[in-house]
Design a protein around this ligand. Structure first.
Ligand SMILES: Cc1cc2nc3c(=O)[nH]c(=O)nc-3n(C[C@H](O)[C@H](O)[C@H](O)COP(=O)(O)OP(=O)(O)OC[C@H]3O[C@@H](n4cnc5c(N)ncnc54)[C@H](O)[C@@H]3O)c2cc1C
Ligand code: SF4
Length: 468
């Protein structure tokens, strides 16, 4: 056993956090981030493997040992630079990536001990750079005289725009909402991802020359063909995400107090409904039930507590082992007192005579044989129905792509799920000079996968436009 292995503690250096009872009544970020000393201590435990498996586990192949070594050597600025060679949003990814299923899962130390806290270190380096005023505008090549339109300003669109502007392309992002950032702004709450961080990244892109047209719905304000023929764009990248919520189609789902998670979180995150001065109303339920087991469900249930709920209850039809939410989010939710009603599925939302929600009828489930996703299929247990009293129900069972773009550009091929068919390697679609990536192609996935797709598509746009 090497010297470093012997030194490795059984747990990574912990990050200080707001105490759970305090944080449930505010929207401030939960973990405080590493101090310099904590970061150096954690980084010093990396074995600097010759063939680092962690890099293979990262969808954008961040040079993990190199940036960690820079932190261990107290070269924090250098660490941030190394990160940004392959990941344009490290402060975001350090906070929201499912590292436990990616780089940290592959870390050699995970076999005997616990992995290096790669995400925490990534966040530290990116925050250090920002807090010390060291963020710099990317250097851009001379103009290539080519215009590229990017549809959507989520991680896929922002990454594609960043790659293209650096190569000297004239880039305009068209965003349907009044703020840029996609899910990073309207979906993931402030207590997990402060909006100031997202806005600083966006302002760096703007400084580099990316133009952002907000309140512009491609397919309505202008179609993709109009962007080509009337506005003179040479290529279009579609990164419009999967923002169309799915519903359960059960009785009572139209009740007053039933929200899709998208609507609930948008009201709170984007429209700041939690602030007394906000013009946007939101029902501040006292007993809130959230249906679902992913990050979106955790974010909704935790938001409900911060909006003043006495009780916030998750209803999920499988068991904890099948929950798709990040382990850290489930842990934080449990700490905050979110109640988990597992193996339980809603069958009806009960309304009072005026249509207000007053309860949700559920049925107990058991796990049967695995389904096509490999997870054991939940099966209802006959005669086990029961009612949970509540005044708000949030449906967080998944999102689909909005059909507007494929409908207004019928020459773009789509799958039976409504996702755009695009080559995984280069983002090319069936329509010439139209590329796509992120959730619009994969269905609801992750930030880093959307960023990787945006980057690959940008590389093929650069190649195609420079060859023509
Ligand atoms: C609440 C929530 C929590 C999440 N938590 C995590 C997490 O912890 N970790 C993680 O890795 N992933 C998480 N995800 C998933 C992740 O955020 C997405 O996979 C990622 O944002 C997808 O990026 P994207 O760029 O493809 O799309 P989006 O981020 O959805 O951005 C698409 C943008 O396109 C705009 N748009 C749509 N249609 C048009 C149009 N016609 N014209 C112009 N603009 C348009 C939208 O307004 C939006 O701004 C979460 C998702 C949600 C909803
Ligand atoms: S696998 Fe773990 S120990 Fe090895 S280089 Fe990566 S983070 Fe360091």
């Amino acid at each position: 056993m090497s010297k470093q292995e012997r030194k490795r503690r059984t747990v990574p250096v912990p990050m200080n956090e707001q105490p759970s009872q305090e944080r449930v009544r505010n929207f401030k970020e939960v973990p405080f981030g590493y101090t310099e000393e904590q970061a150096v201590e954690e980084a010093s435990q990396c074995l600097q493997c010759k063939k680092p498996l962690c890099v293979q586990g990262c969808p954008v192949n961040v040079k993990i040992p190199e940036f960690i070594k820079a932190i261990a050597d107290r070269e924090f600025d250098k660490a941030a630079h190394i990160l940004k060679e392959t990941n344009s949003l490290p402060a975001v990814c350090g906070r929201v990536c499912p590292q436990e299923d990616q780089c940290e899962q592959k870390c050699i130390l995970a076999k005997k001990f616990t992995p290096i806290a790669i995400g925490n270190l990534e966040r530290f380096a990116a925050d250090w750079e920002r807090d010390h005023g060291k963020m710099s505008t990317p250097e851009c090549k001379a103009s290539r005289g080519k215009k590229v339109a990017v549809v959507g300003s989520g991680p896929a669109g922002l990454t594609a725009a960043g790659e293209l502007v650096k190569e000297g392309f004239d880039v305009t992002i068209f965003e349907a909402l009044h703020e840029a950032g996609g899910v990073l702004m309207y979906g993931i709450p402030e207590f997990r991802l402060p909006k100031e961080i997202v806005q600083q990244e966006i302002s760096m892109l703007e400084k580099a020359g990316v133009k952002i047209q907000k309140n512009f719905i491609v397919g309505k304000t202008a179609t993709i063909d109009e962007l080509f023929n009337e506005d003179g764009f040479d290529a279009v990248f579609v990164g419009s995400g999967a923002g169309l919520p799915s519903f359960m189609r059960i009785k009572g789902e139209n009740g007053i107090g039933v929200y899709s998670a998208n609507e609930y979180l948008t009201r709170s995150n984007l429209m700041k409904a939690y602030k007394p001065e906000s013009q946007t109303p939101i029902i501040r339920g006292k007993r809130v039930v959230t249906v679902g087991g992913g990050n979106v469900a955790m974010d909704s249930a935790r938001t409900a507590l911060r909006l003043g709920a006495d009780e916030s209850i998750i209803v999920y039809r499988r068991s904890e082992a099948e929950m798709p939410a990040r382990a850290a989010e489930i842990h934080h939710a449990e700490e905050e007192g979110i109640q988990f009603n597992l193996l339980c599925n809603p069958v009806e939302i009960i309304q009072d005579e005026k249509g207000f929600v007053e309860g949700i009828r559920c049925i107990r489930m058991k796990l049967g044989e695995p389904d096509s996703s490999g997870r054991r299929r939940p099966v209802p247990i006959e005669g086990s129905e029961f009612v949970i009293d509540c005044d708000v129900v949030i449906i967080a069972i998944g999102n689909k792509p909005n059909p507007l773009i494929p409908r207004t550009s019928p020459d773009i091929e789509v799958s039976k799920w409504g996702t755009i068919e695009a080559d995984e390697e280069d983002g090319r679609t069936s329509k010439k000079h139209v590329y796509a990536g992120g959730d619009i192609v994969t269905g609801a996935a992750t930030v880093i996968l959307a960023m990787g797709a945006g980057k690959r598509a940008a590389q093929s746009i650069i190649k195609d436009l420079l060859e023509n």
